[in-house]
Write a protein that binds this ligand. Structure first.
Ligand SMILES: [Zn+2]
Ligand SMILES: [Zn+2]
Length: 336
């Protein structure tokens, strides 16, 4: 079978190998579609911390079961399944407390273990979710949306709140739509007008604010001086992250979803006066995946997937997906 491996930063190779053989407790899957994520782009660029090469990338998977043992979820051969690509240990303190998303021994497919850029893969059967009612496109975007769903659940967003989401990339877009589905009003922030236009027109966010144009004042105007009761950062940009508490109301929450590399600085009296709750949101759990699957028909999958190419053309196209000027939100690779 064919597979694409990232040999080292900047180099993909299309290769052939024997199809994997399933062990007990595992499922053998046929991959139909793979979404390309920021993680994959960073791994290819060589600026992904803790990454080892060679690695088969890909963790946003639309797949179909070829072989599986009998299981509690009733998943059988021929079923379409979404893969929750985080393999947790089940034993550490986080797992014992139900926070498998931040397991101390977490292994993410396509990051710490080989992922789905291959025609077939074996994975633990317990990370599969039945998805017979979803299209391949929908299945491939469940994982990035689940990241957003987890952040929304962390912040316990309630109907009627006004939230700010910083960054209109795929993760930010997911948070925006899921916040709206939870009943919140959404203010989208970005510096790129095209992305703000997409958030407004295709996602239907309530307000867009360009950060280069006095965002605090604009958010104050929109909220009658209250500011946002929750602020999500999906940019991972140090300067954006440091500005976020300024968008947040007194008594508000600040949720860090995007990951920056170094230190962040906040002036204590300023954030103390607001009694800021700061929380990080990492990966997602089964519950978040199930929530996304249950509301996916409200999400504009077609406009979200901006680029789609056959598996054999991925290598030639990958460089272009690193460039924001190509208008890429979500690129996907098709196996059939
Ligand atoms: Zn992803
Ligand atoms: Zn664990």
């Amino acid at each position: 079978m064919k597979y694409i491996v990232c040999e080292k930063p900047g180099e993909f190779i299309l290769k052939e190998k024997e199809a994997p053989v399933r062990k007990a407790g595992e499922a053998l899957l046929k991959i139909n579609k793979v979404g390309i994520c920021g993680t994959d782009l960073h791994a290819y660029s060589g600026n992904q911390a803790f990454f080892t090469y060679p690695r088969i990338l890909g963790h946003e998977l639309a797949s179909e079961v070829l072989e599986i043992d009998e299981n509690a979820k009733g998943i059988k051969a021929g079923d379409k399944v979404v893969v929750m690509p985080y393999v947790s240990c089940g034993e550490c303190i986080a797992c014992r407390n139900g926070k498998t998303n931040c397991c101390t021994n977490i292994r993410v497919l396509g990051v710490h273990a080989d992922g789905g850029m291959q025609e077939q893969i074996t994975v633990p059967a317990n990370i599969l979710l039945p998805a017979n009612n979803l299209s391949n496109d929908q299945m491939a975007i469940v994982e990035p949306l689940a990241i957003g769903a987890h952040a929304i659940r962390r912040a316990d967003i309630k109907a009627g709140e006004t939230v700010v989401v910083v960054g209109c990339g795929p993760i930010g877009i997911g948070i925006m739509k899921l916040a709206q589905i939870a009943g919140a009003k959404v203010i989208a922030l970005d510096m790129n007008e095209d992305r703000l236009k997409y958030a407004k027109e295709s996602i239907g966010v309530d307000y867009v604010v360009n950060v280069s144009n006095d965002p605090v004042k604009q958010i104050e105007e929109i909220t009658n001086g209250d500011l946002a009761t929750a602020v999500f950062d999906a940019s991972g940009n140090k300067f954006a992250l440091e500005a976020c508490p300024d968008y947040m109301s007194h008594g508000g929450r600040f949720v860090l979803v995007g990951l920056s590399k170094g230190e962040l600085t906040y002036t204590h009296p300023k954030v103390h006066a607001k009694e800021m709750t700061l929380m990080c949101s990492r990966n997602a759990t089964t519950e978040d995946f199930e929530h996304v699957i249950s509301v996916l028909d409200q999400f504009p999958t077609e406009s979200f997937i901006t680029h789609s190419v056959p598996f054999t053309e991925m290598i030639a196209n990958f460089d272009s997906w690193l460039k924001p000027e190509t208008g890429v939100i979500k690129a996907t690779v098709n196996f059939n």
